[in-house]
Write a protein of this length. Sequence first.
Lengths: 98, 268
Amino acid sequence: MTAPTKQTLRQQVLVLYLSTSALDSKVIGWSQYDGTGRSAPTTGDSDEPPYETGVAALCDGWRLLQAAQLIPPYPGHEYDVSFLKHEFLFEKLVELDG
Amino acid sequence: MTEQLLTSVQMAHFVAHGSLTMTAVVPREMNAEAIGVLTAGIPGAPYGTPVSEAFPAGSFARRLVELPAVAGALHSLVGPAPTVDHHHVHIREPREGSAQPLHGDAIIDVRMDAFDVQLMYYPHEVTLEMGGTLSVPGSHLRRTNETDTGRYQNLRGQNRLVCPAGTVVLLHHGIWHGGRRNDTDTPRYMFKIRFNPTVPQVRLWNTGDLADPAVADELRTQFPWYEPATGRLEYYNRVRMWRALTGDESFDLDHWVTRVTNRPLAHH
C-alpha cells in the first residue's frame, strides 16, 4: 500500500486597487505577498500592473477573498481625499515541491 | 546672489504634483564635495532653527540652499527666512534587501493654507537599480497618517526617481514616498532638509503670469493612479489650495467649487 502524498499548500496574496467599485474596472495600484517565500515583492518594484482589470486576475486563477465596502463619507468630510477606495484581495493556493 | 523665483505656472505644477524637480541644479564641484561632507555628517540643530543659524555661512548646506535656483524656489514656496524643522542624511545601503513602506513624513497634516517643504538633494547620479526615492505625484492632499499607506506597493504613474548628479527635489509635506531597495553595490546618498514657513504663504513667487491659462492647465493635471471620481475631488482641493496661495477666493477650475457652494440669496 502506498502512503498518501502529503500536500503542502501556501497562500499567495494579490491586492488590486481598481478605478471604480466594479471588479472589471481598470487596475490603478497593486501589491503582492508570497507565502511560498520564492519571491519578495516590495514597494516600488514595478511600474506595470500584473493585470489590466480585476476580472483579468480571476481569469488567471486568482480567487477573490474580499472587496472593499462602499462607505459613505463622514458628514462634513465629503470633499476630503484619503486612501484608495476600491481594494480587492485575491489569493492563490500553491503547492510546494517535495 | 540673485534668487530665481518660481513662476505661477511652476507654482501651479507644485500644487498639482506636490513636488518640483530641479535637475542637475547643483554644480559639479559641490557634488564632488558632498559625499565627504554628508558621510562626516551635518551638525544637527534644534527644531525651528533659522537657516542662518542651522547652517553657518560658507558651510556646504548653506551654499546648497543659497544656490540661486534653490533659494528662489524655497522663497516662492515657504517665503523668506524659513526655519529648519530638521535635516538628515539618508543612505540606502547596498543590497540591504528591503524598501521603505510608502509613507508621508511626520504625522497627518491637513493644513491647506500653510505647508512645509522638504528638500531632497542627490549628490550623485541615481539609476533605477540604486533605489532612488519612490514618490507618488498628486498624493500630497490625501489625508493619511505616516505608514498607513504601507500596503500600497505600486501605483500607476508613480515616480521612481532616476536623476543625474546634483538634482534637487522639493516636496510638499504630505507627499507619499519611500526609499526604494538598493540593488547595487554602491551606497545611495540623499540629504533632506525640512523647512517650516514663518510668513503667510501668499503670492511669494513671481506672479507676473498669474492670468496665464497654463496655470489652470497645470492645476487640471490628473494622475493615472487616481480613481476618476476621487480625481474630481482632487480638483476641489487644489482649487482651495490655489485660493489660499493667491488670496483669490473667486478662483475656480471648471465650476467645481462654485457649483457645490452656490446658495442663492432670496430676492426681495
